[in-house]
Design a protein. Sequence first.
Lengths: 407, 379
Amino acid sequence: MWQSSDTSLDIMLEPGGDLEDLRCGVRDWCAAHVPVDWRDRQRGVSHERLVEFMRWWGGCLREAGLLAPHWPREWGGGFTIREQIVIAEELARGDAPRNGLYHVGIFNVAPTLVHSATAEQRARFLPGIWNGEVWCQGYSEPNAGSDLASLQTRAERDGEHYVVNGQKVWTSWAKEADWCMLLARTDVSAPKHKGISCLIVDMRTPGIEVRPIKQAWGPADFNEVFFDDVVVPTEGLIGAENNGWAVAQGTLAAERAVAIIDMTERLRCNGIEAAAAEAVAWRLENGQPALDDDVVRETLAERYAEVRVLRHMLDGMIDDILRGADVGGTSSIIKVFYTELLYKLTKYVTDLQGVAGQLDAPVLACAGWETAFWMNDYIHSFGWIIGGGTNDIQRNVIGDRMLGLPR
Amino acid sequence: MALTLEERGELRSAARSLLGRDSSTERVRAAIARTAGFDRALWDQMVELGWTTIHVPGVRGGSGCGYADLGVVLHELGRNITPSPFLASAVLATGALLLADNDRVAAPALAAVTAGEALGAVALASTGGSYDRACLTTSWEGTAVSMRLQGSSGFVLDADVATVLVVAARARDGTVAVLAVEAADPRVRIERVATVDETRRLFTVSFDDVVVGGDALLCEPGAPAEELFERVLAIGVIATACDAAGVAERMLESAAEYAKVRTQFGKPIGSFQAVKHRCADITIAVEAARAATRAATETLDGDLAEWSTTAAVTSSYVGPACAEACAQGLLVHGGIGFTWEHDSHLYLKRAKLDEVLFGTPSWHRRRLADAVFPGRAAS
């Protein structure tokens, strides 16, 4: 079983204080609670053990008040953007496990609920997320990937219920999920963006079947989800009927940028700095330590500089959001920049390791994209390039929305 | 104090409107054909508008804003590929004089340069273009009372119009000194080296037994001089990065505009994903370069200890990214982009020079690695 390194430091971190005090507080908390051997112990564990670990870790964050710093105060958050940045930086530097199991609920569903749901819905679902309910997001379909708005899953109104039929795919954590935020077509005659509704579906409803999909890098947190005459009460409708596309787009919140700051800091600490530290021990064909080689040093430094530049872009975007300026396609730029940087780094280190880098090893699934099993991290990086709107689509968005190029 | 965001926006619009008119590419092409290589009337206006003192503290007769605000002007000069001694004089020479410990020589020179009465230039590179202090090709010898300079410095911006030259030299025992030398000294020889980018003018400055007094030293030789050298180098790297970001931004606008109006196969070429994605990649580079240069100029206004690392990060990313953005932008223009008449090559050539003017990205990356990664096992 999992246990914190030092349970004597059971503190609840609060917003509104001095930033440096908060930084020290999170740092001390990490030192006391992040198990020093968690990476070694989590490598190669079963899916069930992984889920168990993430539930335990989510509980630790909840007790410390760090589970959802960006939420409104009344629901357990209340940290300012500057405070959220400090927390993200320190969790990354403290090598805290990533909170993947709860990510959809905390970062995607909750902001949508805060923005578009009724007071009753918020009161019903936000405490649940806080207390450990798992959510999944029923968006992509086999024939609606990049062209998400062409989705075909139907939700037909039948009195006080919708009856849902269709299939979703690439649904993270559907097997563990208590709830699903589902996009389904409620008006087949309307233009494709205008006939979609956003529904909250209880994953225990009869008629739902979840089949895990094993991914190219090994784990199976992805799933296909089949809906066969699934009855969903109309209270589960978020926002107006047929307005689901707008609800799902939501607003690009600063919190999402903070979530990428977390990943950027991890890329620096667990990616590049770790690669440089490891490269001290790696040998090139001539027996020379890899980090003694000018080209290796240069290339890793180039990636290091890109991480710094990415951070500057994020800081700039957050400043713009706080000023109320339109950040438009900046999030697409950041998505492309981050994911392709991750790809370049993991590919380079894999190449550097030569055939030794091709040896199989146990996979670490809750550390993000930098686990020091570089070949696997490289394969994993494709998931980010493809997911969340492929980089090809992001480049269309940049061309269309930022430059006004013709479609 | 730094300008507010609103004031910075006003500075940007004022610069854009002045340079849009007086540094249009027609004017740029005319200016580079002149002997002086720049438009004196435009320079006078820039001085009048206070651009040369933006980063000079109030007590030294400046407006006391800072490098973050100066960066706005540099970005706009890049957008308009303006030929101007601004970088050499207002940024580098002024920057060096501001950092000098020796007020006896620095203060009068600084006053003349910031007032626009005199121009300055900075000679830090070797004749091979290296900014490694061990490679300096100008040497000094002598005492604190009288020193002799021998050798040459390479790739000095706008040396022929300068009155005061800030020169780095190395003694036989390796001790570095940074001195102020009068360009009019008959033993100083200034020769133009033609560069592919005609909007910038570079010179080899040779010292044929030039004798200067000890008061020409901007600071103590040795560690203080090395620190001054590094700081001025950092200013140069970051200033050219601001310029490059402006150049690339202008190229992006030109490429996007062309992609909208040029039709082939009955459609604007910007509707083809191959072209659209090329434009998107330029956008990513420009956005990243803007963020990086903004942050870097803020560092110049802040923590001195961070200058060198920040300069290395900036050179590592911004120079290559902006040069490549200009290359890709030229390609979006197709055949017309490959003509002398079209401006694309002017942007590309300026961005390529910016990329390496203060040290290659590769050299800066190695320095960055030394600063942030573990050292070599062998050493």
